[in-house]
Design a protein around this ligand. Structure first.
Ligand code: IMP
Ligand code: MG
Length: 173
């Protein structure tokens, strides 16, 4: 696609998702809930949940929607809850899943919210991690790929709401 350079191809993503799921299934005792952060993590959760099944896990899944970038490439620094989980997760094991951990605000905010609600134990997972951009402490237990400070799109991740449909992850120039 014009203006997009491939960073991580389809086959590479698929292989990493499979390995990540095996790692997760080993570490988290079964009976856990995958909580994906919309909209960016939707494609990743769809693939990850089926890879988890192949790895022997049988997770439920839920979604939460947070606001972040809007139409800009730079985060506003404020995270708002736009859509909540309709069920009580008190005492449950949760795997919180996002597409990218950048400043760390989104995943830290979501984890804090779940803690407040008495979730039993939380693990975090991100397909991509940009540690160079971190502004708040955010522990990510499972990372797909660690990348440089580049703006990416594809595989569910958008640039101004475009490119989510790309089957690969590319750098937006
Ligand atoms: P954080 O709250 O700064 O960690 O940002 C996390 C969110 O920002 C991710 O869930 C993404 O939706 C978005 N984001 C961060 N980096 C990128 C990028 O390179 N491209 C598109 N969205 C991004
Ligand atoms: Mg996001």
């Amino acid at each position: 696609m014009e203006g997009i350079r491939t960073l991580i191809g389809e086959a590479e993503i698929a292989a990493r998702v499979e390995a990540l799921a095996a790692e997760i299934a080993q570490r988290i005792p079964d009976d856990f809930v995958v909580v994906g952060l919309l909209k960016g993590a939707a494609v990743f959760v769809a693939d990850l949940s089926r890879a988890l099944y192949r790895a022997g896990a049988r997770p439920e899944f839920e979604f939460m929607r947070l606001s972040s970038y809007g139409l800009a490439k730079v985060s506003s620094g404020e995270v708002h809850l736009l859509g909540d989980i309709p069920i009580d997760l008190a005492g449950r094991r949760v795997l919180l899943v996002d597409d990218i951990v950048d400043t760390g605000r989104s995943i830290a905010h979501a984890a804090a919210l779940l803690h407040e609600r008495g979730v039993g134990e939380i693990w975090t997972c991100a397909l991509l991690d940009k540690p160079a951009r971190r502004e708040v402490t955010a522990d990510v237990d499972f990372v797909g790929f660690t990348i440089e400070d580049v703006f990416v799109a594809g595989y569910g991740i958008d640039y101004a709401e475009k490119c989510r449909y790309l089957p690969y992850i590319g750098i937006v120039d």
